[in-house]
Design a binder for this molecule. Structure first.
Ligand SMILES: NC(=O)c1ccc[n+]([C@@H]2O[C@H](COP(=O)([O-])OP(=O)(O)OC[C@H]3O[C@@H](n4cnc5c(N)ncnc54)[C@H](O)[C@@H]3O)[C@@H](O)[C@H]2O)c1
Length: 422
C-alpha cells in the first residue's frame, strides 16, 4: 500500500486510549537477543500494545509471546515465515514495526513497513549497501512515513550533555572528532563451537567498517551532519586479518574450520571522513581482538575539547591551569539533558537499559504524535553508508571515496532538530 506524505501526516494519532497516552501498537520482527531485549523494555511502557510478533525461529517467537502475556497483555498473533514480515506490516492494528533481524533483512523490512504506512524502527545498521540506503530515502520521501535507526548511543546521557555544551559554544567552532567501536564481539559473531552465526558470515564476505553506527551515533548531532554540514568523502585503511584465526587456533587447535578459514574482515579498520565544511572525523572499527569495551569519543574545537576516555574536558580560559584537564562530571550535571531528567522523574527504577528505554520511549512518543522521530532516515542511512563506502575505499587501496549526499544538498538549509530542548 502506498500513501502520500500529506495523507500519512493527516492520519492523526494512533488509537486514543487516554488523552495523555494514546496506545501505540507495535509489531516486532526478530525476537532474538536484541529483539527480546527491546520488547521487554517496550512492555514496561503502559501505552504500548503488541498485537503481532514475527520470527522464523519458533522457540524465539514463543519466548517473546510469553513475555507479552506475562505483562498482562493479550496473546499476540504469531508469524513464523521468512516473508511474513509483509503480512505483519500490512495489519490494520499496527502503528509501527520494530525490526531486530540479521542485517541483510533490515532495509527491505523497513521499506515494507513504510510502504504499509507504518513507522519503521530498525536496528543497526539500517542498511548494508548504498542501494539499500537510497531505497530507504526514496521510500520515505515518497510515503512521508518516518524511518528511524535505533542507534542507542545517540541517546547516552554524557553524549547528550556534550551536545548541549557544543551548542552552548563551550568548545568554540568544532573542527575534529574521534570515535570508535572497540568491542570484542567474537562471542556474537560465532556460536560456542566456533561456527560463524549470520553475523560472522559477514566477516568472511566483506572487508569494511561493518559496524559504524555505535561510534557515529553522537557524532552526527555533535557535528551538525545533514543540518549545516555533511560527509563529503571517506578514506579507510584496514589492518591484516589475524584475530579470528588466532583466537580459534588457540581455543580449538589449528584444524578448526574457523582457525583455517580466510576471513576478509580486517582486525581494525580506520576511516577518516572529511566533511563539506572541512572538518574531520576518525572512526575505528575494532571488534575481533581481545580487549575491553571502548568508544574513545573525543570532540575538539577552537576553544577546547571533550575526551570520553579521560572523562574530562579542556576549556581554554576555564581550565585550572594552562594545558590541564578538568573533570567532566560537573559539566555533565550542569548540561544534563531534559530527556534524562524526565526519565529519572517518571521511571526512577529503570536501572540497566535506561538508554535503550529512552530511545524507545522517544520513538513511541513520535509514533503516538504522528510526528518526526528523533533520528530520521537521513541520519540512519548516513551512519549505515559508512559500511559500503569504507569497503570501496579499502578495495581501492585507501583511496578517498565521495560520500553520497542523501539530503541532495538540503543539508545546507536544514536546521538541527535532534535533542533540541524546547
Ligand atoms: N543497538 C544495540 O546495542 C544492539 C545490540 C545487539 C544487537 N543489535 C542489532 O540487532 C539485530 C539483531 O541482533 P541479535 O543479536 O538479536 O541477533 P539474533 O540472531 O539473536 O536475532 C535475530 C533474530 O531474527 C530472526 N530472523 C531471521 N530472519 C528473519 C526473518 N526473515 N523474519 C523474522 N525473523 C527473522 C532470527 O530467527 C533471530 O531470532 C542486529 O542488527 C544487531 O546488529 C543491536
Amino acid at each position: 500500500m502506498r500513501i502520500g506524505r500529506r495523507k500519512f501526516l493527516a492520519a492523526g494519532a494512533a488509537t486514543a486510549a487516554s488523552a495523555q497516552q494514546p496506545v501505540v501498537r507495535l509489531g516486532i520482527v526478530g525476537a532474538g537477543g536484541r529483539g527480546t531485549g527491546l520488547l521487554r523494555l517496550l512492555l514496561r511502557m503502559e501505552q504500548v500494545a503488541v498485537p503481532a510478533l514475527c520470527d522464523i525461529r519458533k522457540e524465539n517467537l514463543e519466548r517473546a509471546a510469553g513475555f507479552v502475556t506475562a505483562s498482562g497483555r493479550a496473546i499476540p498473533e504469531l508469524y513464523s515465515g521468512e516473508e511474513d514480515y509483509l503480512r505483519l506490516a500490512a495489519r490494520d492494528d499496527v502503528d509501527a514495526v520494530i525490526i531486530a533481524t540479521p542485517w541483510e533483512w533490515h532495509a527491505r523490512m523497513a521499506v515494507a513497513a513504510m510502504r504499509a504506512g507504518k513507522y519503521a524502527g530498525v536496528e543497526v545498521p539500517a542498511a548494508i549497501t548504498l542501494e539499500e540506503c537510497w531505497e530507504l530515502v526514496q521510500v520515505h520521501e515518497e510515503t512521508g512515513v518516518p524511518c528511524m535507526m535505533l542507534e542507542n548511543w545517540s541517546f547516552l546521557r554524557p553524549n547528550l550533555a556534550v551536545l548541549k555544551m557544543i551548542r552552548a559554544g563551550l568548545f568554540g567552532e568544532i573542527v575534529h572528532c574521534h570515535c570508535a567501536h572497540s568491542h570484542n564481539c567474537l562471542y556474537w559473531y560465532f556460536d560456542p563451537e566456533g561456527n560463524p552465526r549470520w553475523s560472522g558470515l559477514h566477516l568472511a564476505r566483506r572487508n569494511a567498517d561493518q559496524y559504524p553506527t555505535h561510534s557515529l551515533g553522537p557524532v552526527l548531532s555533535w557535528m551538525n551532519i545533514n543540518c549545516g554540514d555533511a560527509f563529503a568523502s571517506l578514506t579507510s585503511t584496514a589492518t591484516r586479518s589475524l584475530g579470528i584465526n588466532h583466537y580459534f587456533r588457540k581455543k580449538f587447535g589449528p584444524d578448526h574450520p574457523s582457525a583455517k578459514r580466510r576471513w576478509k574482515q580486517a582486525d581494525i579498520v580506520t576511516s577518516v571522513v572529511r566533511t563539506a565544511l572541512g572538518n574531520t572525523i576518525v572512526i575505528n572499527n575494532d571488534m575481533q581482538l581481545p580487549r575491553p569495551y571502548d568508544n574513545r569519543w573525543m570532540i575538539q574545537g577552537t576553544e577546547g575539547l571533550y575526551d570520553e576516555a579521560r572523562n574530562a574536558v579542556y576549556l581554554s580560559g576555564r581550565s585550572p591551569k594552562y594545558e590541564q584537564w578538568k573533570p567532566f562530571k560537573p559539566y555533565q550535571a550542569q548540561y544534563d539533558h531534559i530527556w534524562w531528567r524526565r526519565l529519572e522523574e517518571n521511571v526512577p527504577d529503570i536501572g540497566q537499559g535506561a538508554t535503550d528505554y529512552l530511545e524507545l520511549k522517544l520513538f513511541v512518543e513520535a509514533v503516538a504524535a504522528r510526528g518526526p522521530t528523533p533520528l530520521d532516515v537521513y541520519d540512519s542511512v548516513t551512519m549505515s553508508a559508512v559500511i559500503a563506502v569504507s569497503e570501496q575505499s579499502i578495495a581501492a587501496g585507501s583511496a578517498p571515496m565521495p560520500f553520497p549526499d542523501f539530503t541532495r544538498g538540503r543539508w545546507r538549509a536544514r536546521k538541527p532538530t535532534f535533542a533540541v530542548e524546547g
